[in-house]
Design a protein around this ligand. Sequence first.
Ligand SMILES: [Zn+2]
Ligand SMILES: [Zn+2]
Length: 154
Amino acid sequence: MEVTVRCPQCDAALPINVDEAEVKICCQRCGRETRLKGTNAVISDTAVDSCPVCQGNDFYIRKDFDPKTGVAIVATGAIISAVFYYFGQDIIAYGVLGSGALIDLIVYGRLKNVTICYRCHAEFRGAYKRTADVFDLHTADILEPEWERKIRRR
Ligand SMILES: [Zn+2]
Ligand SMILES: [Zn+2]
């Protein structure tokens, strides 16, 4: 399974393929080494049962959306519509602006879900079955500080 680990020291996103029970990853930014413990389910990409980073069992899902892609689509639409607007084609300009937002919506709807660890924010991508619930702020409020105390951020 592909896991994106958040470096406990500098918060850098570190993608790694967890295919063994013990995996080590070295942060490219700050050099900190993080040890991962992959469970059988994680290694075989069948389920996210336990987090390889913090050993937590609490996860949520969200759309695997890269905000940069969305911004790029809207920005492109805005530039094209500005050109039409400049030449006095207001209606086409608004149409282009609207279709940019629509494409954004379609892209968003087709996105897969990604599972995220409440405690350490590791992200899990793969063919496994999504079983986690959507994000719950109350749960995050309890679990996040627990992990941050553990890695001595608080
Ligand atoms: Zn780091
Ligand atoms: Zn975790």
